[in-house]
Write a protein that binds this ligand. Structure first.
Ligand SMILES: [Zn+2]
Length: 270
């Protein structure tokens, strides 16, 4: 059976990270994915301030919940053609690996670096590919030293995401031999759930789940879009890692998170 987790980012504008973890515990989630970016659990603040990370560590331990981290994302680009931004981006992802190690979390989720412009000439895309490979390998090797799994999330939903196609993403994954955070919602509104699953299934180490109607990346509760869960239900049911509900929570985020969990729990009980 999978660990059913909740992303603390569901609440990042309305609860601090401690309140979000308590909410997860009270609502019978068995795991949390901690958003290690502003304004929640920004890596540098938490790593510097022992009181903050030890309070979070104690809360996770007392709650007996598995944890994972989502690396910083705002303004981050691990394959930026701007050297300073690239270097700082890789540093912050590595810092989140350090924080995961400190908190006893097994997984750090991160994104590939973005293209410098929406219309990118092929030789610039090739440069971004090579910068991505260098960055992903550096992050993967650093995580291995810290006994943490760094997993690359499939995006392909924003206009400047590096991976314009499933083939682009698979090429990155196979070149780097890296494990994957399969974002089911992202795959539904980009390359297709079945197609993405078939290409990545042997690499999936962690899952993000949310729904949409394929028009854009809506992060709706499970069951509120039109994903056909029957396609992947046997895999989800036997998945040994964490399935994280990652719901857009600007309004009614508590209700939406609980609704999503109930719907998936119902599916998994079949
Ligand atoms: Zn995701």
């Amino acid at each position: 059976m999978p660990v059913i987790g909740m992303a603390t980012s569901n609440f990042f504008l309305v609860k601090d990270v401690y309140e979000a973890v308590k909410f997860a515990r009270e609502n019978e989630f068995s795991g949390v994915e901690i958003w290690s970016d502003v304004p929640h659990c920004y890596v540098d603040d938490f790593t510097r301030d022992k009181e903050q990370w030890s309070r979070l560590h104690t809360l996770l331990t007392e709650s007996k919940m598995k944890s994972a981290l989502h690396a910083p994302m705002f303004g981050i680009n691990i394959a930026s053609i701007n050297h300073g931004i690239r270097k700082e981006s890789i540093r912050q992802v590595k810092a989140s690996i350090d924080l995961a190690h400190t908190l006893g979390s097994e997984i750090v989720v991160f994104h590939s670096g973005k293209r410098p412009a929406v219309i990118t000439p092929s030789r610039v895309k090739e440069l971004t590919f090579n910068l991505n490979i260098d960055a992903i390998m550096a992050i993967k090797n650093y995580a291995r030293e810290k006994k943490v799994y760094a997993v690359l999330e499939n995006c392909g939903v924003d206009r400047d995401d590096y991976e314009e196609s499933l083939a682009d993403f698979v090429h990155l994954v196979e070149t780097c031999k890296i494990n994957v955070c399969w974002d089911v919602g992202h795959s539904h509104c980009s390359w297709g759930v079945k197609e993405t699953f078939e290409s990545l299934k042997d690499k999936i180490k962690h899952i993000h789940i949310h729904d949409n109607d394929r028009s854009y990346d809506q992060h709706l509760p499970v069951g509120m879009g039109n994903i056909d869960y029957q396609l992947i239900f046997p895999f989800l049911k036997e998945f040994p890692g964490m399935i994280v509900h990652e719901i857009q929570g600007m309004n009614n985020c508590e209700e939406k998170t609980i609704q999503s969990k109930k719907e998936l729990d119902k599916l998994l009980r079949y």
